[in-house]
Design a protein around this ligand. Structure first.
Ligand SMILES: *[C@@H]1O[C@H](CO)[C@@H](O)[C@H](O)[C@H]1NC(C)=O
Ligand SMILES: *[C@@H]1O[C@H](CO)[C@@H](O)[C@H](O)[C@H]1NC(C)=O
Ligand SMILES: *[C@@H]1O[C@H](CO)[C@@H](O)[C@H](O)[C@H]1NC(C)=O
Ligand SMILES: *[C@@H]1O[C@H](CO)[C@@H](O)[C@H](O)[C@H]1NC(C)=O
Ligand SMILES: CC(=O)N[C@H]1CO[C@H](CO)[C@@H](O)[C@@H]1O
Length: 226
């Protein structure tokens, strides 16, 4: 008996089949009870976890709805802002029409058709100068020509009308709006739809050493920096 007991305690006797079928029965029921307890505990924990996760998900979705609701009533959706006179939305919309450079995207009132660009690069002092001629068509009447520029020193700007009365158009004022990296040319008179115009511009700038616009980079070849 002593030997058998030892065998049972060690789990496996000399002949496993015999031990399993004859003697180890009561132990397996004990084990199954402890396993049951573990299962129940596991169940409880997983159900608790499920409840917590669901609660968090519900909370998050409510927050999210609040956010989207707020943003659309604030004029995040352009069409809503246009028709529903919410204070902010209306103000922004008017600003964008009166001051198109405040809009992140270029206005669609002018459509470029052709660019001629000439660049002169000076590697001795890392500067360049350029001249650009842009031919464009007017889609909606506007007084403003808005161009993307960044860290360019604009030298001279001329706007030409290509129409029945060709000639130079008077410029009211011109300025950089660095917030949106644009240069604005405000004309005295409106550009008219269905007509074509040209803008000629000369500029100077540094050849930047960072990865920005027209920039410079170098490499080593046989110990020489190029
Ligand atoms: C703005 O609202 C209109 C109609 O209410 C909808 O068709 C459009 O997809 C919305 N646009 C955005 C950007 O939410
Ligand atoms: C750089 O060099 C060019 C030609 O050598 C010169 O025309 C230009 O004025 C110089 N720029 C500056 C900022 O010194
Ligand atoms: C405008 O600039 C281009 C170079 O980009 C030049 O060839 C052209 O003569 C200029 N146009 C006028 C009308 O000055
Ligand atoms: C701009 O022009 C287009 C086509 O000519 C027209 O459909 C649109 O209504 C105009 N937009 C404004 C704001 O005038
Ligand atoms: C949110 C909001 O102001 N909605 C209004 C939008 O405009 C229509 C008609 O002008 C009103 O009926 C809505 O109440």
């Amino acid at each position: 008996m002593g030997i058998e007991d030892n065998n049972m305690r060690n789990g496996r006797g000399l002949s496993d089949q015999w031990a399993d079928s004859m003697v180890v029965r009561p132990r397996t029921t004990e084990r199954s009870i402890t396993v049951h307890k573990k299962l129940v505990l596991g169940f409880a924990i997983s159900i608790l976890t499920l409840i917590v996760v669901t609660a968090i998900a519900v909370l998050l979705s409510v927050r999210f709805e609040e956010c989207t609701g707020e943003s659309s009533s604030r004029g995040g959706n352009g069409s809503n802002a246009k028709f529903n006179g919410s204070r902010d939305g209306n103000g922004n919309h008017k600003d964008e029409e009166a001051q198109p450079w405040r809009h992140l995207r270029l206005p669609t009132s002018l459509r470029p058709r052709h660019y001629d660009l000439r660049l002169s690069v000076y590697m001795d002092n890392f500067t360049f100068s350029g001249e650009v001629n842009i031919e464009f068509e007017c889609v909606n009447s506007t007084k403003f020509i808005v161009l993307h520029t960044d860290r360019l020193e604009v030298e001279k700007v001329t706007v030409y009308s290509d129409n029945k009365k060709p000639g130079v158009m008077r410029i009211h004022r011109q300025f950089h709006y660095p917030g949106n990296q644009v240069y604005v040319i405000a004309l005295h008179r409106e550009l008219k739809p269905m007509r074509t115009y040209k803008v000629n511009m000369t500029f100077d700038a540094q050849i930047e050493s960072e990865l920005l616009g027209f920039f410079r980079s170098s490499y080593m070849l046989q110990g020489e920096r190029r």
